[in-house]
Design a protein around this ligand. Structure first.
Ligand code: NAD
Length: 329
């Protein structure tokens, strides 16, 4: 199989490429990535000369580039997006451009060439859940996005589904919770926390820290996409999540502090951001029931593996840290 991965130089895309080439040695991957601030070829330096891998620097909103990239492709796995909520508050337009228009251009190319399309979505399209409740997002939860990021991702999900219903394009969608793991830009919650501690800085926690997120180890996410691509039902959406909805951000922070041998004195509470969703939790029973997927049970082990990775890969994240700090000053 030849796969076009969009956004393969980003966090999840680069993990996915590593995962896939290791698991399916006979497959090849074309990585189409614009290399925005979030794209790092250093995440793929170990495979840059692998004959099964090729890279095209280009914009998914550019139909000519997409047309070149799609040649001979059997499957598109679409990760490319503007993905940072804080940045979407500063500059919403680029989110609409990449996430909505870019997805449409890819869908159109997939339709023309009859290529199977897998779309990587987010659980943020469902909005937030009340803090004191057992409710979880399911595949039938109504969309209720709260930020320009999640609104643009919601629009892209709708377009993907529309191409299935209108044109019969073979699509699947996964909507997943917050990922963490190797190769995550040091501006995100867990990676920023780890790299702050590794550089002698405090960790920042928004508001009272009682936000609840469902954390998904990135390798579990790659495995979920693998299952859906191979055995998922065309036209269907699958929610993918982790096992951490019982922990709020402050508790996750304390777990990282403990792994790194630090205490609460390293925590700095910072002013909340506008529209900050209170709680997300994902019901992943559909993908478990239909495809047998479930997340790794030991969250602490995944967190420890992530800390170990950042400790061992300063050369990867140090050059990115100063750049990401500018936005949080
Ligand atoms: N990270 C998470 O926790 C999370 C959770 C749920 C869903 N998702 C979704 O997963 C996907 C990947 O997320 P990520 O965290 O790896 O994102 P990321 O920001 O780390 O990477 C995005 C990649 O897309 C590329 N890109 C951006 N605009 C582009 C364009 N116009 N053309 C081509 N490439 C472009 C960037 O250069 C970058 O390499 C996104 O669609 C995101 O919405 C992420």
């Amino acid at each position: 199989m030849k796969i076009l991965v969009t956004g393969g130089a980003g966090f999840i895309g680069s993990n996915f490429i590593h995962y896939w080439l290791a698991k399916y040695p006979a497959d090849s991957i074309v990585n189409l990535d614009l290399l925005t601030y979030a794209g790092h070829l250093s995440s793929l330096s170990d495979i840059e000369n692998d004959p099964r891998y090729s890279f095209i620097q280009g914009d998914i909103t550019d139909a000519v580039t997409v047309e070149k990239a799609i040649t001979g492709v059997d499957l598109i796995v679409h990760f490319a997006a503007e993905s940072h909520v804080d940045r979407s508050i500063l500059d919403p337009l680029v989110f609409v451009r990449t996430n909505v228009l870019g997805t449409q251009i890819l869908l159109e190319a997939a339709r023309k060439h009859s290529v199977r399309f897998h779309h990587v979505g987010t659980d943020e399209v469902f909005g937030a859940l009340p803090l004191e409740s057992d409710l979880k997002f399911t595949e039938s939860t109504p969309y209720d996005p709260r930020s320009p990021y999640s609104a643009s991702k919601a629009a892209s999900d709708h377009l993907v589904r529309a191409y299935f219903h209108t044109f019969g394009l073979p699509i699947t969608i996964t909507n997943c919770s917050n990922n963490f793991g190797p190769f995550q830009d040091p501006e995100k919650f867990i990676s920023r926390m780890i790299t702050n501690l590794l550089t002698g800085q405090k960790v920042k926690v928004y508001g009272d820290g009682k936000y609840v997120r469902d954390w998904l180890f990135v390798e579990d996410h790659c495995r979920a996409i693998d299952e859906v691509v191979h055995r998922g039902q065309v036209g269907e959406t699958y929610l993918v999540g982790g096992l951490t909805e019982d922990f709020n951000n402050l508790e996750i922070t304390r777990k990282v502090l403990q792994i790194m041998g630090k205490d609460d004195s390293e925590i700095e509470f910072v002013t909340d951001r506008p529209g900050h969703d209170r709680r997300y939790a994902v019901d992943w029973s559909k993908i478990q029931r239909e495809l047998g997927w479930e997340p790794t049970k030991d969250f602490d082990a995944c967190l420890k593996a992530t800390v170990d990775w950042y400790q061992a890969h300063e050369d990867w994240w140090k050059p990115l840290k100063a750049q990401s700090e500018a936005i949080y000053k």
